[in-house]
Design a protein around this ligand. Structure first.
Ligand SMILES: *[C@@H]1O[C@H](CO)[C@@H](O)[C@H](O)[C@H]1NC(C)=O
Ligand SMILES: *[C@@H]1O[C@H](CO)[C@@H](O)[C@H](O)[C@H]1NC(C)=O
Ligand SMILES: *[C@@H]1O[C@H](CO)[C@@H](O)[C@H](O)[C@H]1NC(C)=O
Length: 775
């Protein structure tokens, strides 16, 4: 122990660091080997401090010690003498796992022997500054100096970063002079949501955020870690076989290095908000990198598929703004998958097993007594499985491998006498997820197989199977699944909610299926923005719905025109206007930006205001209409004052008689309220969250199950709300902001039944408007 401490301090480590290092067995053993190697060549005092630092850095970063001696020598001979070179050297050995190392290539890749003069640095920095001069003069010290550094560095790959930085600082100072007060001020922070709104689609655009990182960088957050195409072997955990390099080379020839992803839903349910993240990740990552993304239906379970799901899934992908490069099906590959299974048996890696259901389940299932049966026997039996000579459950094909969780020999094929949606009764054996998924990825030459963290446990079987068959093996990358609070998304639970009449259907706006969100009026851009936003922090956090709602408001604020609507009307007669008085009032579609257009609404002797905008008894702090207090009518240019309060037999206020005068002739009222005149009558549905508790599925929070947690006020129907005439002709899913109320979307339940509502000399049509969010 003392010896080792002495050895480590002899290369320049502090005593404390030496002791710390000793606690890490792998590191200290690698470091000892490295030092010994150098000392063997250069003598016991051959390691100086700079070299020692590099050796330490190398020992702590090298994953596979096969190249330890080689790298130690390179450091000992001062071929590798900077951190930059070391990084290149580590990269080189990682990407060249096969022997022997080509020394010439290695030295070229690591800049061995490259000498950079101060003049070269000066010139390089000068030309970079010249290139950005205009922008630099404009933004001064707010300019991203890292960019200059980066560009100078890429021009002079092996130069010392510190020297470059000093040179950049000096030349910038020379150009701009010392910092002024304005230079020292912080850049105004851009609101995150603004950035997303202006981008529209999540993975596009190159907008700077407040942190000075481009949006692209942030969005790619997780994606930054992804391997480059063709460099699958650089990913941690990827399994390299003697065939790997050849297969990758072929793969690169076929794809030309293009990024290829896939979105692989099972066509047995409706997509929900969690899928929106998967869609954005897969399609967005491909799109941002000029790649392609497949929509692949994982249709290997014949029992569960229905035509409606296929169409609904594609609709939703397109609704979110993505176009699949091709729509494929796992079942397209049934024959090829079968042929590969035969090959797998021939290779001795799969066998036909007759253990029954229960014996197959669980981690402690006994090993199959058929595991070592002869290959020939399995081949014959597998053929018989295919021919339908066994009953369901009598035989399966199993792969000879152990999963991460200890489960042995996962099933590759099982027998099902259910006709398949696409292949009819051509097959009675169907491949499992574990067998199908990686092989379909391989067949489609996928580069990045992105999936949620739950699939981490299937990663080794993924690699195992591709390698067992010597086919191209994509890389599986996992990302955090998106969970929202106050909702349930599982198919089974949604079915329960529909069956019990708790919600109307799969697209009930209280649910978080994508069709429900569309119906609730959520624009697709907002959903994509939300996914990008939670994608930035890819952690496995559960997200509250209000974050999504705020993304929605950000988009609708700029896109949903303002109209006036009164949900609980109170009739107001203006007695000092003539009976047939009618004027047109201009209402801007977007009050904050009147250039975006306007619409006109009638103003007559009868208007309707919200019941809550009038109080018979004045209260302190109440700013709106009372018998003592006038109020302004928004956009109309009038102030009204109460003359008479009319009540029904129960004493409820049913009408007001008021007088009006123009705002120019009146004292400025404390408030302006919205109103309608000669309006349309509409049904309005107001929604609140469906569940009372944050985690309705968690029995410690909701002991009697999610069905016992329904918010009794989750739907309020107002059958005769009054909306200004400008919404007439609106189409399903058109969105409006009802001033002072909230955003609303025209619901597909709307009809044009004129006989239902007739009022105020106007033929009404019934618009049915769904509240998506109250302010
Ligand atoms: C994938 O690569 C194979 C060759 O291995 C090629 O035949 C096939 O056409 C490619 N498929 C796609 C979808 O690019
Ligand atoms: C999200 O939900 C799934 C399924 O309920 C669960 O396995 C996962 O741990 C959840 N993630 C978080 C962060 O809660
Ligand atoms: C809505 O947009 C306007 C400008 O278009 C902006 O001034 C206002 O702050 C926005 N409102 C919200 C709630 O973001």
């Amino acid at each position: 122990m003392a010896d080792s401490v002495a050895l480590f301090t002899s290369i320049g480590l502090s005593e404390q660091k030496a002791k710390e290092t000793l606690k890490n067995e792998a590191l200290s053993s690698a470091l000892k080997d490295a030092i010994t190697q150098v000392q063997r060549v250069h003598g016991p005092s051959g390691v100086d401090k700079a070299m020692g630092t590099l050796l330490y850095s190398m020992a702590s970063r090298l994953k596979d010690t096969k190249r330890l001696a080689f790298l130690s020598d390179s450091i000992g001979q001062r071929k590798i003498s900077t951190e930059l070179q070391l990084a290149a050297a580590l990269e080189f050995v990682k990407s060249h796992p096969q022997d022997p190392i080509n020394l010439k290539e290695f030295e070229e890749a690591c800049g061995v022997g490259v000498v950079i003069t101060p003049e070269q640095i000066e010139d390089a920095v000068e030309s970079v500054i010249k290139k950005h001069k205009e922008q630099l003069l404009k933004e001064r010290y707010h300019f991203n100096m890292g960019l200059l550094m980066g560009e100078a560095r890429s021009a002079l790959k092996w130069a010392d970063g510190k020297v470059i930085k000093n040179e950049v600082d000096m030349q910038v100072l020379h150009l701009l002079g010392p910092k002024t007060e304005a230079d020292l001020e912080k850049k105004p922070k851009v609101k995150f949501s603004d950035v997303f709104t202006s981008v529209g689609f999540s993975f596009l655009g190159d907008v700077m955020t407040g942190e000075g990182k481009s949006l692209m960088e942030q969005l790619r957050g997780e994606a930054l870690k992804f391997h480059k195409t063709g460099e699958n072997f650089k990913t941690e955990g990827y399994v390299v076989t003697p065939k790997t390099m050849d297969l990758l080379k072929k793969h690169m020839e076929i794809t030309g290095g293009q990024i290829r992803t896939r979105f692989p839903p099972e066509p047995n349910g409706i997509l929900h908000i969690g899928h929106a993240k998967a869609i954005n990740f897969n399609f967005g990552y491909a799109k941002a990198n000029n790649g392609i993304c497949f929509l692949r239906y994982d249709d290997t379970n014949p029992e569960k598929e229905e035509e409606k799901y296929f169409t609904a899934i594609k609709d939703m992908v397109e609704w979110l703004g993505y176009k699949p490069y091709a729509v494929t099906h796992a079942s397209d590959n049934f024959q090829q998958l079968y042929d590969l299974a035969v090959d797998l048996i021939r290779r001795g890696q799969a066998y036909v097993c007759h253990q029954k259901g229960e014996d197959l389940k669980g981690h402690n299932a006994p090993p199959s007594p058929w595991r070592d049966r002869p290959v020939e026997e399995s081949l014959v039996l597998f053929e018989r499985m295919k021919k339908g000579l066994f009953a369901e459950g009598e035989a399966t094909l199993r792969m000879k491998m152990v999963m991460e969780d200890g489960k042995m020999d996962p099933v590759a094929y099982r027998i099902k006498y259910t006709p398949h949606h696409r292949t009819g009764d051509e097959w009675c054996i169907y491949p499992t997820y574990d067998y199908t998924h990686c092989l379909c990825d391989s067949i489609e030459n996928i580069t990045h197989s992105l999936c949620t963290k739950e699939f981490q446990a299937r990663r080794s079987s993924y690699y195992w199977l591709c390698n067992a068959l010597d086919v191209y093996c994509p890389v599986q990358w996992e990302y955090g699944r998106l969970n929202l609070t106050y909702t349930v998304v599982s198919k089974r639970k949604i079915i329960k909610l529909v069956e019990t009449g708790t919600v109307r259907d799969w697209d009930d706006p209280r649910l978080f299926t994508l069709t429900a969100l569309r119906r609730r009026g959520f624009p697709p851009e907002a959903i994509n923005n939300f996914c990008a936003r939670v994608g930035v922090t890819v952690s496995q956090t559960t997200t509250e719905p209000h974050l999504l709602e705020s993304c929605v408001r950000d988009v609708l604020n700029d896109t949903a025109p303002r109209v006036m609507a009164v949900l609980e009307p109170l009739k107001v007669t203006i007695t000092n206007l003539p009976d047939n008085f009618k004027s047109d009032v201009q209402v801007p579609d977007f009050p904050a930006n009147e250039a975006k257009g306007s619409h006109t609404v009638p103003f007559t002797r009868t208007v309707y205001i919200e019941q809550t905008d009038f109080r018979e008894v004045m209260e302190k702090g109440y700013k709106r209409l009372t018998p003592q207090q006038p109020v302004g009518l928004r956009h109309a240019g009038y102030v009204i004052s109460v003359q008479k309060v009319i009540k029904d037999a129960q004493g409820k206020v049913v009408e007001l008689e008021v007088t009006c005068c123009s705002t120019e002739n009146a004292e400025k009222p404390k408030a302006f309220i919205h109103w309608v005149s000669q309006p349309l009558v509409c049904e309005v549905r107001l929604y609140e969250r469906l569940f009372l508790h944050k985690h309705p599925e968690d029995t410690s929070e909701v002991p009697n199950g999610f069905l016992s947690d329904i918010n009794p006020n989750s739907l309020q129907v107002i059958t005769s709300a009054l909306v200004d005439t400008s919404v007439k002709g609106a189409k399903v899913f058109d969105k409006f902001q009802f001033e002072r109320v909230g955003y609303f979307s025209l619901d597909p339940d709307s009809t044009a039944d004129k006989s239902l509502f007739i009022m105020l000399h106007h033929k009404m049509y019934s618009v049915l408007i769904t509240a998506i969010s109250s302010r």
